[in-house]
Design a protein around this ligand. Structure first.
Ligand code: PEP
Ligand code: MN
Length: 467
């Protein structure tokens, strides 16, 4: 058990899993749009309070200890997945291909950084989305925007767009099915490091990935298998311990009804745990110091991420850290910068310096996706691979200059062969965006683009190590 004071013991008299309701709720859900739904909300929350948690406090504490090591530069965090997970995507093919791309990227990053990688999926609960406008208008009809499958449905009809509390229960059920499958895959043969060939996605063999990357990847896999055989020969034992891989879950903690209904105390530990996920994060739109989200997240024991956009005031970010982690507990705070390629060089240094000078332990993660959105002339939301790379490089330079550590990356990606982001080795162009554009929300890196980014990052790590 940690010797650091539990964050929720500060001001414990006023914090409770529901104390967020006394604060302004940004991106609140209008459950009263339907006259029956306030009753249905109570039923849904009672149900969520009574069912087993999706994760355990042991796993949450383990992740926190790994993040504490990443804060010291001993590990690297890879976080990735869909912008918006959907209930319809809760299918074995989709889940395995997400695990495979995260596994492959982590392998490339381990090789480049020579550090263990903490794998965190944006999955098993990434169902709630903040929107820039609460309402969407088509012709004369105005309806609530689509806020993700935890809240309403994407079809543009009154019934689909009316927030339905039962979706909270359906979201929980699909998260449970997803995490159940992920746990089985991670402990079973699929993620056995002795057989990296079984993680290969079908289309790696296709011609799309440049030949030198394919060769680089296969070379890496062979070296990994060789290394394991060597270790086993040395110790005369199978390398069971290190041969299974771990995955953690994360999602934006946007719907505080859902989060708080699964927040509980557990035997023989202090404080409350949000057991919907290992790592919840607070979005750029909901990190108001005086708002409901900060109130809720200051009281839980999980590690917490906060997205930091280009308009963030450095002094306010320090106050946020003090509020969310008053006991300065290592492994607790993650700051995820998402600035945009053109803002990163000016916006990041003052934030890095203010946090560094405050002495608070944080894990710095770069999300080079959310500041780089653009819309084509025909109205398609996309991002350019080049801008994503420029932001990553700028962020790495800024950390080097400030003497801080970039300890992780956060991507929107998929193991599928989609055409949502432009550029990279996969050659997606503005004209080919419509070929396989599947995201209901933000555009994701496809398989080739994701692996390409991992190789580019790994190359930069190797160069920094001088090898
Ligand atoms: C997201 O991660 O999908 C998101 C909405 O991010 P941000 O809060 O950084 O805009
Ligand atoms: Mn997004």
């Amino acid at each position: 058990m940690t010797t650091h004071p539990a964050t929720n013991t500060t001001d414990a008299s006023t914090w409770s899993p529901m104390s967020w309701q006394s604060k302004p709720v940004t991106q609140d859900v209008d459950y009263a749009r339907h006259p029956e739904h306030p009753h249905a909300l109570k039923r849904a929350l009672d149900k969520l309070r009574s069912v087993p948690p999706l994760v355990t406090s042991w796993e949450v504490e383990r992740l926190k200890s790994l993040i504490a090591e990443a804060q010291q530069g001993k590990r690297f965090l890879l976080q990735g997945g869909d912008c918006a997970e959907t209930l319809a995507d809760c299918r074995p093919e989709q889940i395995t291909s997400k695990l495979k791309i995260l596994l492959q990227m982590s392998l490339v990053l381990i090789h480049g950084s020579q550090k263990p990688v903490i794998r965190v999926g944006r999955f098993a609960g990434q169902y709630a989305k903040p929107r820039s406008k609460p309402l969407e208008k088509k012709g004369d009809v105005e309806l609530p925007s689509y806020f993700g499958d935890l809240i309403n449905r994407a079809d543009f009809t009154e019934v689909a767009r009316t927030p339905d509390p039962h979706m909270l229960v359906r979201g929980y059920q699909h998260a449970a099915m997803t995490i159940n499958f992920i746990r089985s895959l991670a402990t079973g043969g699929f993620a056995d490091l002795h057989h990296p060939e079984s993680w290969e996605l079908g289309f790696v063999k296709n011609a799309d990935l440049p030949d030198h990357r394919k060769a680089q990847y296969h070379d890496l896999m062979e070296r990994l298998a060789d290394g394991l055989r060597f270790m086993e020969a040395l110790s005369d034992n199978a390398v069971h311990e290190s041969s299974a891989v771990e995955f953690f879950t994360s999602h934006e903690g946007l719907n505080l009804y859902y989060e708080s209904a699964q927040t509980r105390t557990v035997p023989r530990r202090d404080g409350h745990y949000d057991l919907t996920t290992h790592l919840p994060w607070i979005g750029e739109r909901t990190r108001d110091l005086a708002g409901a989200h900060i109130e809720f997240f200051r009281g839980i024991r999980n590690p917490v991420g906060v997205k930091v956009g280009p308009s963030a005031d450095p002094a306010e970010i320090v106050r946020l850290i003090e509020t969310l982690n008053p006991g300065n507990e290592p492994g607790k705070m993650i700051l995820i910068s998402r600035l945009g390629a053109k803002n990163a060089a000016t916006a990041l240094p003052p934030i890095l310096e203010a946090v560094r000078d405050s002495g608070h332990p944080v894990l710095w993660v770069s999300d080079p996706m959310h500041g780089n959105g653009q819309t084509t002339a025909t109205g398609i939301k996309t991002r350019s691979f080049d801008n994503i790379l420029v932001e990553l490089e700028t962020v790495m330079d800024a950390h080097e200059a400030a003497g801080t550590i970039l300890g992780g990356v956060h991507f929107e990606l998929t193991g599928e062969d989609v055409t949502e982001c432009i550029g990279g080795a996969s050659g997606v162009t503005e004209a080919s965006l419509t070929q396989n554009y599947a995201s209901l929300c933000d555009p994701r890196l496809n398989y080739q683009q994701s692996l390409e980014l991992a190789f580019l990052l790994a190359g930069r790590f190797r160069a920094a190590r001088g090898s």
